[in-house]
Design a protein. Structure first.
Length: 524
C-alpha cells in the first residue's frame, strides 16, 4: 500500500481526537448508542500468516465482542471474509443472560466480503466501496462509532478514514516501536532488562557479525535466536547452535559460525534462503538464547487509553511448544505470583515509555523469567506487541461474561459477585477426529455433554473459532475455573469429551499433531 498522504494523516488524527469523548461516554455508562465496527483482519505478512493452520478462521476470534450486546445501548457491526454460520452467532448471543435474543440481534449487523483469498480482510473491504458505504449507513451517527481491529496498519488507518470514524488502536506511524528491533529500543528507554543482542539486522553478513559479537561477549553462550521483526507467535524465529568448541582465533571463529548458520532450527516450516529474503525485507534481531535451570514465559497486557491514562489489564503465563519451544500454544491466567509484581512493574515502565511516544493502544509485552537453584526469578523483556495478542480475547471474554475487574494487588480477576476466576486458554485444541464437525454438530455435542459456560457458577468453557473445526479439526477454548487447578482440569476434560464424542468419526486426511500430544509445561 502506498504511503499515506499528509492530508490522509491529518484526517486520521482529527478522527482519533474523537476517541476521548467516546471513551468517556462508555466509561460513564452513557445511554447514547455507541457502535463498535469490528474488522478482525489479521493484517500481517502473508507468508508468515500462512504458517498458522486455519488462519482465515481467526477472524472469528473476536466474536466474543458480541457479548458487549448485553448492554442494551451497545451496537455492533462485525465484518468477515466469509459468512459466519448462524449457529455460531447463536452460540454467543445465548450467553447474554437477561437480554432478549431479538433485542440483541436488532443491534447486530453482520457483513462479509465473500472473498476467501489470502489477503487481509481490511484490504478486501477497501476494494469494495459499496460494502464500505453499507457499513457506513449501518453504523449510524459516526460521532458515536469506532473501529475495532486485531492489529492496526496502514490498511486499518485507510478504512477508518473511509468510514469517518476513529480507530481504536495504535497510529500506524508508531508501529516500528512494536517490532522486534523497536521493542529493544523501548526496553532500554524504560530501563527494563533485556537479552544481550543486536537489532536492525537485515543480511546474512549482519547476522554473522551479531553472532560473532555475542560469542565474544559470552564465551559460554551455546545458542542464539534470530527473529524477524514482524513475525508473531514465534513463527518467525530461528534457533542457532554455536559450534562446539568455537575456535580461538577471530577469523576461524567467524568462519565456523558462518558455516553453521545454514543449519538453523526453525519454529515452523521455513527454508534458509526464504528466511534471509524476509530478513532483508523487514529486518530482524539476533539475541542470546536465555537459559537457566528453570524458565517460564509470562506476559503482561497494558492499555494506554485515549485520555492518556495507563491501565494494567492482565498478566498471563504463556504455554510454549513447537520444535524450538518458542511457539505460542496457549496461556494461563493469572501468572504465577512469584514473579507477577516484577512483570507488572516492568509493564508500567514500558507503558510510560510508549506513552511518551504518543502511543494510544492496547498492547502486550512478553518476558522470560529464569532462575537457578537457590536464586530468585530474574526477568528479561522479550518483545512488545502493539496489538491484540493471543491472551487478549480470553481475558476480554471473561470480563464481558462476568463484569469482572482486575485486582492489581493480587493480579486476580474478581467478578461482580466478588468471586475469583482463573482460566486456561488456547486457540489450538486440535484433533483429526474433529474434522468434518459442522457448527450445528458441535453445538449439539455441547448441549448433550453440558460442556459450556454456566453464568450461575461463572465457570465453564467458552469456545471460539468454531468454524475451523470442519476443515482443520481445530477449535479455541477458554476454560474458566475457580482455581488454576480447576481450569486445567476443565481443559483436560474438554479434550476428553470432544475426543469421546468424535471417536467413531473416520477421517481420511492427515492432521497436524494435536496440541495435547506435545508436552505442555505445568507452570507451578
Amino acid at each position: 500500500m502506498p504511503e499515506a498522504s499528509p492530508e490522509l494523516r491529518q484526517r486520521f488524527r482529527a478522527l482519533q481526537a474523537r476517541l476521548v469523548d467516546i471513551w468517556r461516554a462508555i466509561e460513564a455508562g452513557s445511554t447514547v448508542a455507541q457502535t463498535s465496527v469490528v474488522v478482525p483482519s489479521l493484517s500481517f505478512d502473508r507468508q508468515e500468516l500462512a504458517k498458522i493452520a486455519g488462519a482465515p478462521f481467526y477472524e472469528e476470534r473476536l466474536l466474543f465482542s458480541l457479548i458487549r450486546l448485553r448492554d442494551p445501548h451497545a451496537r455492533c457491526i462485525y465484518v468477515t471474509s466469509q459468512p459466519v454460520h448462524p449457529a455460531i452467532v447463536d452460540y454467543y448471543l445465548q450467553l447474554l443472560i437477561g437480554v432478549p435474543a431479538r433485542h440483541a440481534r436488532s443491534r447486530l449487523k453482520m457483513f462479509c466480503t465473500y472473498d476467501a483469498r489470502s489477503v487481509p480482510l481490511t484490504a478486501k473491504i477497501l476494494a469494495r466501496p459499496r460494502l464500505v458505504e453499507r457499513i457506513r449507513r449501518a453504523m449510524g451517527d459516526p460521532a458515536h462509532a469506532y473501529l475495532t481491529c486485531f492489529n492496526s496498519t496502514k490498511l486499518e488507518r485507510q478504512l477508518a478514514v473511509e468510514l469517518g470514524i476513529p480507530l481504536n488502536g495504535v497510529d500506524p506511524d508508531l508501529l516500528a516501536l512494536g517490532t522486534k528491533s523497536g521493542s529493544r529500543a523501548v526496553f532500554r528507554e524504560a530501563g527494563v532488562a533485556l537479552a544481550p543482542g543486536r537489532e536492525g539486522v537485515h543480511s546474512e553478513g549482519e547476522v554473522i557479525d551479531a553472532l560473532v559479537a555475542l560469542a565474544q561477549e559470552d564465551p559460554e553462550l551455546r545458542r542464539a535466536v534470530i527473529k524477524l521483526n514482524e513475525s508473531f507467535a514465534g513463527a518467525g524465529n530461528a534457533l542457532f547452535h554455536f559450534p562446539q568448541p568455537l575456535p580461538a582465533g577471530a577469523e576461524a571463529r567467524r568462519a565456523a559460525i558462518a558455516a553453521a548458520l545454514p543449519t538453523l532450527e526453525w519454529s515452523s516450516e521455513e527454508c534458509y534462503d526464504a528466511f534471509l529474503g524476509k530478513l532483508a525485507g523487514m529486518g530482524g534481531i539476533v539475541e542470546a538464547f536465555l537459559e537457566a535451570e528453570e524458565s517460564r514465559s509470562p506476559s503482561v497486557q497494558m492499555r494506554i487509553v485515549p485520555t492518556g491514562d495507563i491501565e494494567l489489564v492482565s498478566t498471563h503465563d504463556q504455554v510454549l511448544g513447537g520444535t524450538t519451544g518458542q511457539t505460542y500454544i496457549g496461556c494461563r491466567f493469572p501468572c504465577d505470583p512469584a514473579y507477577r509484581q516484577q512483570v507488572q512493574d516492568a509493564g508500567w515502565r514500558i507503558a510510560q515509555a510508549l506513552a511518551r511516544h504518543g502511543v494510544v493502544s492496547r498492547f502486550g509485552v512478553d518476558f522470560m523469567v529464569l532462575r537457578d537453584e537457590g536464586t530468585h526469578w530474574r526477568l528479561q523483556a522479550i518483545e512488545i506487541n502493539l496489538r491484540m495478542g493471543g491472551t487478549t480475547p480470553p481475558f476480554l471474554a471473561l470480563q464481558f461474561l462476568t463484569g469482572g475487574e482486575l485486582d492489581p494487588g493480587t493480579g486476580e480477576l474478581r467478578t461482580l459477585s466478588g468471586r475469583v476466576r482463573c482460566y486456561r486458554a488456547t486457540d489450538s485444541l486440535v484433533s483429526s477426529a474433529y474434522r468434518g464437525l459442522l457448527p450445528e454438530d458441535f453445538v449439539d455435542i455441547l448441549a448433550d455433554e453440558g460442556l459450556q459456560y454456566r453464568p450461575v457458577s461463572e465457570t465453564g468453557v467458552l469456545f471460539h473459532m468454531i468454524g475451523a473445526l470442519s476443515e482443520h479439526g481445530k477449535v479455541g477454548v477458554t476454560c474458566i475455573g475457580r482455581t488454576q487447578d480447576e481450569a486445567d482440569a476443565l481443559f483436560a476434560r474438554t479434550a476428553e469429551v470432544l475426543d469421546a464424542a468424535t471417536s467413531q468419526v473416520s477421517v481420511a486426511s492427515p492432521s497436524p499433531p494435536s496440541s495435547r500430544d506435545r508436552p505442555l509445561p505445568r507452570m507451578e
